[in-house]
Design a protein. Structure first.
Length: 134
């Protein structure tokens, strides 16, 4: 046996961190990152947990993607896109739709209500007494 240690198992996955950072600007899932680099999502998750440079590349790419998306949304809003103006106003400025809800109310005289209920209960009781039992 040679003096070198022989590694068993699969070769270690090597990631191009520049390509990873660029890919992360598109906000892919771990499965999509794995497919891009020819590995499984578990490998991506393991590298994210254990490899600081890998984690920094992923996080930086995501941040750049968010900045780019925010820039595009702001440009649409500045161009007068009403949907984007409303959405950004809600997201960034805490604006919200104001909905007026009117609940109709009925004024009831409690004595009239009590009298009507008594009449109805009496009618029900009279009906039950008049019905023959077999």
């Amino acid at each position: 046996m040679s003096a070198e240690k022989k590694r068993m198992g699969r070769p270690k996955q090597v990631f191009d961190l520049k390509a990873l950072r660029d890919l992360m600007k598109l906000h892919p899932t771990n499965e999509e990152v794995g497919a891009f680099f020819g590995c499984c999502s578990k490998t991506v998750e393991r590298h994210y947990s254990n490899d600081e440079a890998f984690r920094e590349a992923m996080d930086a790419g995501r941040a750049e993607g968010k900045t780019s998306l925010r820039r595009a949304q702001t440009e649409l809003a500045r161009a007068g896109n009403p949907t984007m103006l409303i959405w950004l106003g809600k997201q960034l400025l805490g604006q919200r739709d104001h909905v007026d809800v009117e609940v109709p109310t009925i004024r009831v005289n409690i004595e009239d209500l009590r009298s009507e209920l008594d009449r109805r209960f009496d009618r029900i009781a009279d009906t039950k007494q008049a019905t023959p039992v077999h």
